[in-house]
Design a protein around this ligand. Structure first.
Ligand SMILES: NC(=O)C1=CN([C@@H]2O[C@H](COP(=O)(O)OP(=O)(O)OC[C@H]3O[C@@H](n4cnc5c(N)ncnc54)[C@H](OP(=O)(O)O)[C@@H]3O)[C@@H](O)[C@H]2O)C=CC1
Ligand SMILES: O=C(CO)COP(=O)(O)O
Length: 319
């Protein structure tokens, strides 16, 4: 059995995929009315056009997740700690797989570190990599990274969470996987802004590549292995998010580049994470010029022309 906490787009997509793969899955949401609607219509408005399989149990009863089976935590990064605290009794002392991508603004910690801080007896893991919820829910082929520092648990989770069209690779480098997932959103905002401002696809490729260099520098400074960043959780997700109109982070960046507003109710993980990364990188003395520019753009401190100048006027250096 698998439990999923958070019936947003991603939690629902993972629950659907696992249920269609023959697993027993319980999807929990905090909003009783939304749960009743989902049970009535067998659809989730956050994932339009996808029918919830009959075998998928949707509930607002957190007690139905009691047990020692793995729980997927599919809530936004900045909400993860609240969600854990609200249900600590049920969540403690079992595998908890964070499905969020980001760094906590108030602490500079990644998802596995937040879990470890709140629930030291739980086994933290991370599911990350290139995947749009809509693609997973439609059964399109997808490959992701399952990261867990505890080797045997990583293998069990890899088996338990793979589905016919959802292929999981395993790593024990949780720090590398979570830094890649967090940073790709920041760089996707920069890429969206470059395209929105009309700077062209060559500029985007430059931002992606130099953004990857920033991702690697930050990850290594946090204790990650450089090679992890070349995998699905780093390069893979960077490639997807920086080039797809499906990405909310990319579209948010594009709106900035076009001088348009963006719906504040949409989950854009890279916005808070850019600020968290800026603070962490300054403390560690890690050079992150694209992240600095993204923060300045989000805060409205610079316009696109100034932002471009900040990057192009840097001293010439070796690659
Ligand atoms: N969408 C995608 O394609 C992908 C998303 N992700 C990652 O998944 C994470 C979630 O994103 P996504 O599902 O798209 O976001 P959504 O905006 O679609 O949904 C977020 C969900 O989290 C719930 N939630 C928020 N706070 C809490 C809380 N304190 N307790 C319980 N539930 C809470 C919300 O419930 P409510 O409606 O009641 O507010 C909502 O159901 C993000 O980190 C994202 O980066 C990863 C890969 C793909
Ligand atoms: O993480 C994702 C793809 O891997 C989803 O990206 P967005 O949050 O930008 O939509």
């Amino acid at each position: 059995m698998t439990g999923v906490i958070g019936a947003g787009a991603f939690g629902t997509a993972l629950a659907v995929s696992l249920a269609l793969g023959g697993r027993k899955v319980v999807l929990w949401a905090r909003d009783a009315e939304a749960v009743a609607r989902m049970n009535d219509t067998r659809e989730n408005p956050r994932l339009p056009g996808v029918t919830l399989p009959e075998s998928l149990v949707v509930t607002d009863d957190i007690g139905s997740l009691s047990g020692d089976f793995p729980l997927l935590l599919a809530v936004p990064m900045q909400k993860l700690r609240d969600a854990i605290r609200a249900h600590a009794a049920v969540l403690d002392n079992r595998p908890l797989v964070a499905c969020c991508k980001g760094i906590e603004l108030s602490t500079g910690l990644g998802p596995s570190e937040v879990i470890a801080e709140e629930l030291p007896a739980a086994t933290p893991a991370l599911l990350t990599g290139p995947s749009f919820a809509a693609d997973i829910a439609r059964g399109l082929p997808t490959a992701l990274t399952l990261a867990c520092a505890h080797g045997p648990c990583a293998e069990e989770l890899q088996q338990a969470l793979s589905a016919p069209n959802l292929r999981l690779y395993r790593t024990e480098d949780v720090t590398g996987a979570e830094t890649g997932g967090a940073m790709k959103n920041v760089i996707a905002i920069a890429c969206g802004a470059a395209i929105g401002a009309g700077y062209g696809e060559s500029a985007r490729a430059a931002v992606m590549t130099r953004g990857y260099a920033e991702m690697v520098r930050l990850a290594v400074s946090r204790g990650a292995h450089e090679n992890t960043l070349a995998g699905l959780s780093g390069f893979g997700d960077l490639a997807l998010t920086c080039t797809s109109e499906q990405s909310r982070n990319y579209r948010f960046g594009r709106a900035i580049g076009e001088g348009q507003s963006f719906d504040p109710s949409v989950t854009v993980e890279g916005a808070a994470t850019a600020h968290a990364v800026q603070e962490a990188s300054r403390k560690r003395g890690v050079d992150m010029p694209i992240t600095e520019v993204v923060v300045a753009l989000i805060d409205g401190k610079v316009d696109m022309e100034t932002a471009l100048g900040m990057l192009l006027s840097r001293p010439l250096k070796e690659e």
